[in-house]
Design a protein around this ligand. Structure first.
Ligand SMILES: [Fe+2]
Ligand SMILES: [Fe+2]
Length: 186
């Protein structure tokens, strides 16, 4: 697998999960019974898979490679992508606080949870589309095979640091959460 393919595959998983989060939050706003534990688990997935792993691969490996190779190009996307990572972290923090309060019985948090989940989904889906058609296309077409291999090795190192089977365990969790979210919507 090439680095651009690995990240595009992760984008598919992330895209489905942020949509699941938004639909759980929407169901909650409409009066459905959504267990706080389910929301907390979805947020924990996002924290671990998106922020601790996927964004780390981009921030620590991919973006520095791009900056060193392509920084003189017009329309350098990296600064904008980094700002969007920061924005997504900020929204996630708001969500975690609101869901914790909801878990402790504060139902006034419902609208905040729903709006923040929708904002998080919209931001990340647009962000990933931009990456797929921009920086990841660039990696695919313009980077030499040995550099791609080096990036893959550094991605594997990040996975190893996060623990044995981190990736597969979280993909399984995303699938389970997706099934639970579909049941809520049914
Ligand atoms: Fe990103
Ligand atoms: Fe990404």
């Amino acid at each position: 697998m090439k680095p651009n393919e690995e990240l595009v595959d992760e984008h598919l998983i992330i895209s489905r999960s942020v949509s699941d989060l938004a639909s759980m939050a929407k169901a909650l706003e409409k009066g459905a019974i959504v267990p706080a534990k389910l929301l907390k688990t979805e947020l924990a997935f996002i924290e671990n898979f998106v922020h601790r792993c996927h964004h780390r691969k981009e921030e620590q490996v991919l973006f520095p490679v791009l900056e060193s190779l392509f920084s003189l190009r017009p329309h350098d996307q990296v600064p904008e992508l980094l700002i969007e990572h920061e924005m997504s972290r900020d929204i996630l923090k708001i969500l975690v606080v609101a869901v914790n309060k909801y878990a402790n019985g504060d139902h006034s948090q419902v609208v905040k949870i729903s709006r923040s989940a929708e904002a998080y989904k919209t931001l990340l889906i647009e962000h990933m589309k931009k990456e797929n058609s921009g920086v990841l296309k660039m990696i695919e077409t313009d980077l030499a095979a040995d550099r791609k291999l080096e990036i893959m090795e550094r991605f594997s190192l990040i996975e190893e640091q996060l623990g044995l089977n981190h990736h597969n365990n979280y993909v399984d969790l995303a699938n389970t959460l997706h099934d639970q979210s579909k049941r809520l919507a049914a």
